[in-house]
Write a protein that binds this ligand. Structure first.
Ligand SMILES: Nc1ncnc2c1ncn2[C@@H]1O[C@H](COP(=O)(O)OP(=O)(O)OP(=O)(O)O)[C@@H](O)[C@H]1O
Ligand SMILES: [Mg+2]
Length: 493
């Protein structure tokens, strides 16, 4: 790709960017949220047309008017925001638009489709049921379906936009095996990730974007994480985690014997005022389900939640919010953002009760409040009126956090809040968690990244197969112990 520029209204997303991706290599693309990584790759995949610049593949110049044309030329892309048909099965998603024909004309052979999907999954040793409905899958499994969908096309260029952001460590390792295998098979791979350890581990070459400009390109062997960070943010980053300053007080939240229809069983724990309690576990261990049961999304079948000594009767998220509980969901597109609505509305939406009564809310007041919350989280938007869907992935995440800053909640649950956000924004989120704890709030912090749990949490709960198998004081445990509990241990509590 040479001389690529792209503007979205007032935002110059890319400025004269050129990169060369070689066959049989992994080319990593890194940069802060909004740097232009996804845009550059969407241009390659035919989603957007560049304002200037050219794409050349194998010596031939191409100009893609649609993703279908790019696919034709051998370019497959796994998008940052999962893009599956929820009501279809895994196999139907993988073969969408290219279903194997049945014996009768105009029919689809579901048998063949399931068999081919199973074969594909097996070839890359993914453990997934082709007949399962996508809406019933955990986010990690959806990611695997996306990978299989892309592999099915026999692409020669495969772009992965943050494929591991919602995978467990083990699933991510399996994906790396696949990436390495595809590299050996001669594919050209572009790999976008905010997990810089992965980049060092996996990439042959690294290109760094900053504010739409290509600021650096070098062999991965000559780079290390501090250097990459330096190019990304243009300054050194020290103090990744804040010094914990919150006073831990008495118990604010007691969860007792909580079970839900979604399969979690007999969960009991306490979170004290000013305390950050981390929750670890593999994908599918039931961490999100705990949050959903507390928040009134999934139906409780047993147990209770006590806040400030009062047993709560939560039947819906509205009850939970009214009781002073906030939940930041892990999947912003499926359960969090209204992507077609303005950013400002996305912030004020669950907070209208504090702002005034519709229809008597002054629009100017609403947007001023939203703007303040947005700038506290350093959301990068062209204007608060821009649709939430026009923000870069990481900025959408910040928008969701900004939303909960307004809610006057005492118990805040963060489900993978740093998923897909850049290193600079991560430190902002950690600082924010610390500050919220300082204000005396109780915080439950669900994360798949052990380093951040160890960096910020006072205690770490470990989930495995719907049960709580560990409740550890962070200072008295090790990542190995947590991993062991998450992966193999029997119930210890
Ligand atoms: N469809 C769109 N309409 C308007 N602006 C857009 C659109 N897509 C991207 N942008 C803007 O272009 C810039 C680059 O966005 P892009 O999604 O490429 O960032 P990114 O590097 O992928 O970030 P992230 O790490 O957060 O995913 C951002 O400022 C974003 O708001
Ligand atoms: Mg992106």
């Amino acid at each position: 790709m040479t001389g690529i520029s792209k503007r979205f209204g007032p935002v110059q997303a890319l400025r004269d960017v050129g990169i060369t991706v070689r066959a049989g290599t992994v080319h990593a693309l890194v940069g802060e949220n909004g740097a232009g990584k996804s845009t550059l790759m969407k241009i390659l995949a035919g989603v957007y047309q560049p304002d200037t610049g050219a794409i050349e593949i194998g010596g031939r110049e191409h100009c893609f008017a649609s993703p279908a044309q790019a696919l034709e030329a051998g370019i497959s892309m796994i998008y940052q925001e999962l893009d599956l048909a929820e009501h279809l099965t895994v196999a139907e998603n993988i073969f969408l638009g290219a279903e194997p024909r049945g014996r009768l004309p105009f029919t689809v052979s579901h048998k063949h489709m399931a068999a081919q999907a199973a074969e594909l999954a097996q070839r890359f040793s993914f453990d997934i049921d082709p007949a399962a409905k996508v809406e019933d899958l955990a986010t990690g499994d959806c990611q695997i379906v996306e990978v299989l969908k892309a592999l099915r096309h026999n692409a020669s260029i495969l772009v992965m936009d943050e494929p591991t952001s919602s995978l467990s460590e083990r699933e991510a390792k399996r994906l790396f095996e696949v990436v390495r295998r595809l590299r050996r098979e001669g594919l050209a791979l572009v790999y976008i990730s905010h997990r810089l350890e992965e980049i060092i581990d996996l990439a042959d070459e690294v290109s760094v974007l900053r504010d739409g400009l290509l600021v650096h390109c070098e062999h991965a062997a000559k780079l290390d994480i501090p250097k990459i960070v330096h190019y990304m943010v243009g300054r050194e980053l020290t103090d990744f985690f804040p010094t914990r300053t919150a006073q831990i007080g008495d118990g604010l939240v007691q969860v007792q014997g909580l079970s839900s229809e979604a399969g979690i069983r007999d969960i009991s724990f306490e979170v004290r005022r000013g305390e950050i309690v981390g929750m670890a576990g593999l994908v599918g261990a039931g961490r999100t389900e705990v949050a959903r049961a507390i928040f009134g999304v999934d139906k409780r079948t047993a147990g209770q939640v006590i806040l400030d000594g009062r047993e709560l009767n939560i039947g819906s998220p509205a009850d939970a919010i009214a009781s002073g509980i906030a939940l930041l969901t892990e999947d912003r597109k499926r359960t969090g953002l209204c992507i077609e609505l303005p950013c400002s509305w996305n912030i004020t939406l669950p907070n209208l009760g504090h702002i005034g009564f519709k229809p008597f809310i002054k629009p100017s007041r609403e947007s001023r409040i939203a703007e303040e919350a947005g700038s506290r989280m350093a959301v990068k938007w062209s204007s608060p009126q821009a649709p939430a869907g026009s923000l870069s992935g990481g900025n959408q995440q910040k928008l969701l956090i900004a939303r909960w800053l307004l809610a006057n909640s005492r118990f805040m649950i963060f489900d993978e809040p740093t998923r897909g956000i850049d290193v600079g924004a991560k430190t902002e989120v950690y600082g924010l968690l610390n500050k919220l704890a300082e204000e005396g709030k109780a915080i439950l912090f669900i994360s798949s990244e052990l380093p951040e749990l160890f960096g910020i949490a006072d205690r770490i709960l470990v989930m495995r197969r719907g049960q709580l198998v560990g409740n550890l004081v962070t200072k008295q445990t090790t990542p190995e112990e947590v991993m062991h509990l998450a992966a193999v241990a029997e119930r210890t509590l």
